[in-house]
Ligand binder design. Structure first.
Ligand code: 5GP
Length: 179
């Protein structure tokens, strides 16, 4: 009997990745970041809302000094990207000269990052790298340097582990895919 489907609003989702698989992937990306940023005190800039859970787990595994701030952009409604990114809110920190690790839940089309990066770069950080929990390579529409992707997934709509379907599902420790 496979695993049960779950329902969020009007849609069914089936289990896709377990919390243990997710944790294993984060261990690996956190180990690489800890080695690459040793002695540099990076600033984690977390893109809300979806990135909150990944950011917490990633930061707990980062072994050196580091800091964290949260920003917000909005580009997604329901199950399809609107292709529009609203302005960044919440970046009050002085990022000039800092090594920024931009933390995202998913890199899907790349639209969010394509618009966000120039705005961050205008503040003259020393460096910017992107760390994302999930990456959909076949969906990407912009050239982006993605060195710290925890997991590649197909171009399907997923929920859980911080990711929502119209507000629901963020609390699920496992990840589900539209059935
Ligand atoms: P992009 O701008 O790269 O197309 O998409 C970025 C944002 O879209 C992500 O930060 C995430 O909030 C949302 N997104 C993309 N794919 C998915 C998905 O499969 N499930 C959910 N819940 N959100 C997604």
């Amino acid at each position: 009997m496979g695993h049960p489907l779950i329902t969020l609003h009007d849609k069914s989702f089936r289990p896709y990745l377990s919390a243990a698989e997710i944790a294993g992937a984060i261990d690996q990306v956190a180990a690489r970041l800890s080695a690459d940023y040793a002695g540099r005190r990076p600033l984690f800039v977390v893109v809300l809302t979806g990135g909150f859970m990944f950011a917490a787990d990633l930061m707990k595994r980062f072994t050196g000094d580091c800091e964290i701030v949260f920003i917000r952009v909005a580009s997604y409604e329901g199950m399809g990207s609107t292709g529009q990114v609203q302005e960044i809110m919440g970046l009050r920190e002085d990022v000039q000269g800092r090594d920024i690790i931009l933390v995202e839940d998913i890199v899907d089309t790349g639209t969010t990052l394509h618009h966000l990066l120039p705005t961050l770069e205008a503040n003259k950080p020393a460096s910017i790298e992107i760390a994302a929990m999930f990456y959909k390579p076949t969906s990407l529409r912009y050239p982006l340097t993605l060195n710290y992707m925890a997991m590649e997934i197909p171009n399907d709509f997923v929920v859980g582990y911080g990711l929502d379907y119209d507000g629901l599902g963020r609390n699920l420790p496992d990840v589900y895919v539209a059935a």
